[in-house]
Design a protein around this ligand. Structure first.
Ligand code: FAD
Length: 318
């Protein structure tokens, strides 16, 4: 079922969902199931599976030259989605990226998903690879997520890249996109970023999931600005509990989000990561309660494969 249908059917009740990462190459799917099993009691109607593009490593060849090699650390998004749908009978939402994909790669990826009965996708640009400062699309790939949304939407209208293919099968993808309550790090302003988000809606996006945030007021202000700009699709808040002291610096740096002074102060007082986890869970519970009271359609948790904290939070809310 489409994510938007799940939201409609819930008729105002806030749903629970979460996101998992494919396992590192060499690990098996049981690790994924072990992370999902404890959260199934909260009846997630859908589970997101992230996509991780290739990275480059350079090997010395001994003659002063470097050899560039492509490595994929977390392959398997499509297979994991199919396994989740089959085992748990809930919808899996694969993340699809512009980065590392030509338009043809994207079409083939989507055809595989369609064959497997996976009818929701989260369409994202992806970040620059580690060895590059700025995002570079493939030669025949997409520069922005809105262009990827257009391609998925074209397939939903039966329009494939091969123009000779007439009356092609119409896919039925429900398309989610990313939104940033504290602005995407490359956007010149929040206003411009919201206009770019609106473009994704105009191209066919049907719902938004936000970047994590730790101050609900930033989410509420963002939502209000989006509505004023004409964004009408559901906006789903993304939440992550802080769990280690390092997050104090890693999260703002990596995701361009602030930690409120009160939360940072509490984390700084902690003497172990165990204490940080307690602070993080409590903060996330309070955020979740306020968001449910405000009537958000879904609370989407970034579990990052660690379900213990998310289970404690969900137990207080759902
Ligand atoms: P875009 O919407 O393309 O925006 C990127 C930047 O370009 C923004 O600054 C925007 O304002 C600007 N922009 C957009 N359209 C235009 C335009 N037409 N003209 C000019 N400027 C424009 N990354 C992964 O690698 N794998 C994942 O699985 C993954 N999952 C994610 C899930 C969520 C919910 C979120 C919030 C992020 C996720 N990311 C993931 C990270 C994401 O790929 C990065 O944040 C990336 O830098 C931007 O992706 P986007 O889809 O928001 O890009």
């Amino acid at each position: 079922m489409k994510i938007t249908e799940h939201i409609e059917r819930a008729a105002g009740k806030t749903l629970f969902s979460f996101e998992i990462l494919p396992p590192l190459k060499g690990h098996n799917i049981q690790g994924i199931f072990n992370g999902i099993d404890p959260l199934m009691e909260f009846k997630p109607p859908f589970i997101d599976v992230t996509y991780h593009r290739e990275e480059y490593v350079y090997h010395e060849r001994g003659n002063g030259l470097l050899e560039k090699k492509v490595v994929r650390k977390r392959p398997g998004t499509v297979g994991i989605c199919a396994a989740i749908q089959s085992k748990y009978k809930v919808d899996a939402v694969p993340h699809i990226l512009c980065g590392g994909f030509t338009k043809e790669d994207t079409e083939n990826f989507l055809i595989d998903l369609d064959f497997l009965g996976i009818h929701n996708v989260m369409a994202l640009r992806g970040d620059a690879v580690k060895s590059e400062l700025y995002f570079q699309p493939e030669e025949d790939g997409h520069r922005f997520a809105c262009d990827l949304v257009s391609q998925v939407n074209d397939m939903n209208s039966g329009k494939f890249l091969d123009e000779a293919l007439e009356n092609g099968h119409r896919t039925e993808f429900c398309i989610g996109v990313a939104g940033y309550p504290e602005k995407h790090m490359e956007a010149p302003s929040l206003e411009r970023d919201i206009q770019n988000l609106k473009l994704k809606q105009e191209r066919g996006a049907q719902y938004v999931v936000t970047q994590m945030f730790f101050d609900n007021q930033k989410f509420f202000a963002f939502e209000e600005k989006c509505r004023k700009e004409g964004i009408t699709i559901p906006i789903i808040p993304g939440l992550k509990p802080v769990s280690i002291t390092k997050h104090l610096n890693v999260i703002p740096h990596r995701f361009n989000v602030d930690l409120p002074e009160e939360l940072s102060g509490e984390i700084e007082k902690c003497r172990s990561n165990q204490e940080v986890q307690e602070v993080g869970v409590e903060w996330c519970v309070q955020q979740s309660k306020e968001l449910v009271a405000a009537g958000v359609p879904v609370l989407h948790y970034y579990s990052m494969g660690k379900s213990k904290n998310i289970k404690r939070i969900a137990a207080e809310i759902f």
